[in-house]
Design a protein around this ligand. Sequence first.
Ligand code: HEC
Ligand code: HEC
Ligand code: HEC
Ligand code: HEC
Length: 490
Amino acid sequence: MAKLSETIKQKPWVGWVLYAGTILVVFLIGLIGSTIIERRSETVVLQTVKPIADWEPRNSIWGENYPREYETYIKTEDTTFSSKYLGSITRDALKDNPDLVIMWAGYAFSRDYNQARGHYNAIKDIRATLRTDVPQPSTCWTCKSPDVPRMMKQLGVAEFYKKPWKEMGPEITNAIGCQDCHDPKTMNLRISRPALVEAYERQGKDITSASHQEMRSLVCAQCHVEYYFKGKEEKYLTLPWDKGMSMEQMEVYYDSVQHVDWVNPLSKAPMLKAQHPDYEVYKYGIHAERNVSCAECHMPYKTEGGVKFTDHHIQSPLNNIANSCLVCHRESEETLMKNVFDRQDKVLQLNKLATSSIAKAHLEAKVAWEKGATEEQMKPILKLIRQAQWRWDYVAASHGSSFHAPLESARILALSIQKGEEARRLIGELLVKMGVQTPVQIADFSTKEKAQQLIGLDMPALWKAKLDFIATVVPQWDKAAKDKYGEVYK
Ligand code: HEC
Ligand code: HEC
Ligand code: HEC
Ligand code: HEC
């Protein structure tokens, strides 16, 4: 040091060089840091070989221009990865927790409910679920295929929703793909689903002014959100965001329009079914607060032969920690994995307490009705059951919630448990008042089979009808599509 200060005294320009050098180094470090955080600002060179028609639903046609994106997209067909609770394998949610069968009694979800798999399987899975055997509107197709915006253009949005689900079968054959998120002329991200645009408009916001970084989440929010089918005939897909996007604000909205998805025949409670408010719950997490988008974790950048592009294999990031989390975090893969599991374990603990409480409340309410409880006596109890189950479902149906926003998930589940137990306490008091000995005996529903029998489902008959449908109707749909549009592409 002494030597350096002497040198500077003798040759002052050395000091200036050191000074400028330090500034340059600090600037470069800052630049590197900001490119890590602002990965979004990096541009990827595009080469358009052949123009793609607007509303082209066939992914392989887009793939001719963008083979890397297409090849990674096709990997969403893979169903082999499983993490501790999620992943692309088929998981039977009713088998994992038979409480759900009781909670969804009288609703198609009590028949069959598997956790989500990769996008490429969306058409296969909606055709195969027992939930599409009850008459459904075409609204159910909305988040499954790029044929949807194409048909909406052709028929009109309202007309599309209203059509019976089965009538639209021969038109909807391409799985979720390029057209759902991109404008084929510019390849810019684009919102193709009207419900999201309309929800923005009703809140006085214009979605076309969303920033690029917001779009990297909003393309997902076209489908990974809470919604309902508005109107008995119209079945118009609507996001319940008019009063705000929190769990409570959406409940206020549903109550204000007196929305009831179905009545549980055991308790006679007027129920709400939460869909999958992934986007809304994510908003309450630290990553959203730090402006990390869905794409950062689920579609990280990838480099192949010196070319950098967006990995379109949308999946559990736990199958790709190196490219997703490690871009920002310094911890080891093991530590990050443990961080995810810790949050999931803890939220699941509350989740199980909630379902156990709510399932019992439905069955105990049934006993109260049988013993002669009146509508007036039951009204506050049924309201609590509705509220408890909405809260639970809000977290449970949003599959990544326990990681995306662990604290918000735990808060909502705590409220669910409180409401469920409050309902049970009121039922207990009512039964005592009616001279019924408590606690009442409730039937065994400890397995999916027992629970489905208890609510009167004839599962072998339901499966037979489904298998017949897959063997006879589905091939007709595929043939009709092939005759009309040529080869049915991937
Ligand atoms: C900070 C990273 C991160 C961000 C940001 C993020 N996720 Fe996730 N997501 C995860 C992790 C980790 C899981 C848990 C995966 C597991 O357990 O296998 C997950 C799970 C999921 C799942 C369930 C996956 C499965 O295998 O079934 C869905 C769906 C999902 N996220 C969608 C979204 C959407 C939509 C957004 C944006 C609104 C988003 N995620 C934002 C990291 C992220
Ligand atoms: C679920 C939405 C979604 C789907 C489906 C989708 N993409 Fe993308 N795509 C994105 C996102 C997000 C980006 C990153 C864009 C950005 O940050 O500007 C992207 C980027 C791209 C880019 C720019 C270059 C790059 O790799 O970053 C191309 C080209 C592209 N996608 C092609 C396709 C093709 C081809 C398909 C169909 C096989 C497809 N995309 C399906 C969301 C999607
Ligand atoms: C057009 C509707 C639609 C869009 C847009 C969409 N998804 Fe999905 N996503 C679905 C559906 C439907 C499934 C379930 C498919 C199945 O189980 O067959 C799904 C499944 C998933 C899964 C589970 C995958 C697995 O392997 O288990 C993840 C993760 C996911 N989506 C993330 C995203 C992200 C991130 C975006 C935005 C970049 C996005 N999705 C955009 C409809 C959509
Ligand atoms: C684009 C950058 C980015 C990516 C990608 C990212 N994170 Fe983060 N993560 C952050 C930031 C920023 C925070 C907040 C930390 C802070 O501000 O001090 C955070 C916080 C966390 C926390 C602490 C949150 C809490 O609940 O207290 C965990 C755990 C975490 N990240 C895990 C992950 C995992 C697992 C992945 C991959 C699936 C991931 N992150 C991907 C930027 C990122």
